[in-house]
Design a protein around this ligand. Structure first.
Ligand code: SAM
Length: 238
C-alpha cells in the first residue's frame, strides 16, 4: 500500500541545518546559543525528572548537544533527526567525548509508531518552530512517552517582542544566528503549545522563559515566557 501521508518536514529546513552540520560542536559558531542554553535546559529537565538509568529520546537532536549532556547524566539516550549530515557529526563526536547515544535518521511520527510508550523522558528542543505541523510532532512525543513519563518542549512565542528579539535582534542586529534561521509565522504561543499538549494527552506542569542579557551576553531562566520558553509536560498514568 502506498503511504499517502504528507511528511511533516520542510526540506529547506533540513538543508539549512545540513549546510551548517560541521559546526555543531564549534562553541563559537552559529550554534553558540544552543551551547549556552544547554546547561539551563538540562537543569530544567532535572527539576522534574531524574535521568540516571532512564530511557530518554531527544527528538530533533541535531549534532547531539543535548543528547550528550543527557547521556552524561546516566540516561540511555536515543537521538533522532532527519538531517543525515548532522547525525554523522553527532556520531563522530561520540568518538571524541566517549559518551553513548544511539542516533537514528527517522521522523518523530515514525519513531512513535515503532516505539510507542517506550521512553521515560522525551525532549523536543528548538524543533517545533522548524516543522510544518508542530501538533503532529507534539502528538508523536506524547506517544513516545511511557505513562507517567515526562515530555519537554522548547520553542519561541509569537508576538511583536519575540519578532524583535528572536529575528530582528538575534539574526540581524546581533548576528547570534544566521539570517533566515526562524520564520515568524512558525513561532508558537505558550497557550497554543499547551492546547496541543493537552490534546495529545499531556498535562502541562510548568512553563518557563529563557532570557538573554545583552550586557554580559548570557542566558538565564525567567518567568517571562513571551520570547524563548520551555514547557514541562507529563503523560497521564492511567
Ligand atoms: C535548532 S536545531 C535544534 C537541535 C537540538 N534539538 C538542540 O536544541 O540542540 C533544529 C533541529 O531540528 C531538525 N529538524 C528540522 N525539521 C525536522 C523534522 N521534520 N524532523 C526531525 N528533525 C527536524 C534539524 O535538522 C535540526 O537538527
Amino acid at each position: 500500500m502506498t503511504d499517502t501521508r504528507t511528511p511533516n518536514v520542510d526540506d529547506a529546513e533540513i538543508a539549512k541545518f545540513s549546510e551548517l552540520a560541521h559546526k555543531w560542536w564549534d562553541k563559537e559558531s552559529e550554534f553558540k546559543p544552543l551551547h549556552q542554553i544547554n546547561p539551563l535546559r538540562l537543569g530544567y529537565i532535572q527539576e522534574f525528572s531524574p535521568l540516571s538509568g532512564h530511557q530518554v529520546i531527544d527528538v530533533g537532536c541535531g549534532g547531539g548537544i543535548l543528547s550528550e549532556a543527557l547521556s552524561e547524566q546516566g540516561a540511555t539516550v536515543t537521538g533522532i533527526d532527519l538531517a543525515e549530515k548532522s547525525l554523522k557529526v553527532a556520531k563522530l563526536h561520540l568518538l571524541e567525548s566517549g559518551n553513548q547515544v544511539e542516533y537514528r535518521c527517522i521522523a518523530a511520527e515514525d519513531m512513535a509508531t515503532q516505539h510507542p510508550a517506550q521512553f521515560d523522558v522525551v525532549t523536543c528542543m528548538e524543533l517545533l518552530e522548524h516543522v510544518p505541523s508542530p501538533d503532529s510532532v507534539v502528538q508523536a512525543c506524547a506517544q513516545l512517552a511511557k505513562p507517567g513519563g515526562w515530555v519537554f518542549f522548547s520553542t519561541i512565542s509569537r508576538n511583536p517582542k519575540a519578532y524583535l528579539q528572536a529575528i530582528l535582534g538575534a539574526e540581524y542586529l546581533l548576528g547570534l544566528l544566521p539570517r533566515g534561521t526562524h520564520e515568524y509565522a512558525r513561532f508558537l504561543k505558550p497557550s497554543e503549545l499547551s492546547r496541543m499538549a493537552r490534546h495529545a494527552g499531556l498535562e502541562v506542569v510548568d512553563v518557563r522563559g529563557m532570557g538573554y542579557n545583552l550586557l554580559d551576553q548570557t542566558y538565564h531562566l525567567s518567568n517571562q515566557t513571551d520570547v524563548n520558553y520551555m514547557m514541562a509536560c507529563r503523560k497521564a498514568n492511567p
